[in-house]
Design a protein around this ligand. Structure first.
Ligand code: ADP
Ligand code: ADP
Length: 256
């Protein structure tokens, strides 16, 4: 569960102070597909970046699974971030790496001693030698990448480079990469805004499938009403730095 309490974000320039988020309160429950909708400049991007502390709130707090992450030190925060996947409008893939290497990246950067295998008890892993651990991590990474390639239906593109893929395929890879560490939350920052409507639909269908199969909580910010209408069960509307409405999707859309 993600809880945002009395969150305010202001930017102080030399002369002026701009309030980008004003006293935001939000509760996102486990398994939700939560849409945050609003016009350009409303504060959506800043809000979603506060959820993993890419942006630090000026006041107020962000709680994930009961932990207040607002003032964590760097090390604890990086641990929490492994539990939060993020995808962007611009995909942010590594262009020099193949699809499978891109997906594996999030796992490869985890140190051997911090790795948590999915198919082995953690104590059993801890009791292995360094070289055995390295082997387990390698095998698990390979298995995870195959599993994700299947989910995103791009098994035939494992060895391709991002430049050879369409926008929709790139976003699929970005989704797989974000899911590699089994996060409990997936943050999507205008994830479909660069895509045409057909491709948008297929990405939304994929996100919905992933939500149903893995129960990952999904937060989507977008300026596109059709995106939230299509898949979100909960919606918050943000306007000029404030949440002006939030609730179940049918309730919120009744008024629009
Ligand atoms: P949205 O994602 O809804 O388009 P943003 O969160 O990107 O909105 O931006 C909200 C407002 O905050 C905008 O008016 C933007 O200009 C302002 N803003 C964003 N980042 C900064 C910054 N670093 N300094 C000053 N103002 C900023
Ligand atoms: P915008 O409001 O236009 O999205 P931002 O300042 O939020 O501007 O970010 C600019 C771009 O940088 C984003 O589109 C995002 O793709 C990328 N970006 C920001 N933070 C990260 C990050 N931690 N890792 C990868 N890419 C990032």
């Amino acid at each position: 569960m993600i809880k945002i309490k009395n969150l305010t974000k202001t930017y102080q320039n030399k002369k002026t102070k701009t309030t980008v988020l004003n006293n935001i309160n939000l509760e996102i429950e486990d398994g939700d597909i939560f849409g945050i909708i609003g016009m350009s400049g409303a504060g959506k991007s800043t809000l979603i970046r506060c959820m993993n502390l890419l942006e630090k709130p000026t006041s107020g707090s962000v709680h994930i699974d009961g932990i207040n992450i607002t003032n964590l030190d760097r090390k604890s925060l990086s641990k929490v971030r492994k539990n939060i996947g993020m995808i962007f409008q611009g995909f942010n893939l590594l262009m020099q790496k193949t699809v499978e290497k891109n997906i594996a990246f999030g796992l490869e950067i985890i140190r051997i001693k911090d790795f948590v295998p999915e198919n082995m008890k953690i104590n059993e892993y801890k009791s292995l030698s360094y070289l055995e651990k390295r082997k387990v991590k390698k095998v698990e990474t390979k298995r995870k990448v195959s599993e994700l390639l299947k989910i995103i239906d791009l098994e035939d593109k494992a060895k391709a480079y991002p430049s050879m893929l369409s926008g929709g395929q790139r976003q699929r890879v970005a989704i797989a990469r974000a899911l590699a560490t089994n996060p409990s939350v997936l943050l999507c920052d205008e994830a479909t805004s660069a895509l045409d409507s057909m491709t948008t639909k297929s990405i939304l269908t994929l996100l919905k499938k992933i939500n149903e199969e893995t129960k990952v909580t999904i937060v989507i910010i977008t300026h596109e009403m059709n995106v939230v209408k299509e898949i979100c069960n909960k919606v918050a509307v943000i306007d000029q730095s404030e949440i002006i409405e939030q609730g179940s999707a049918p309730d919120v859309f009744k008024n629009h």
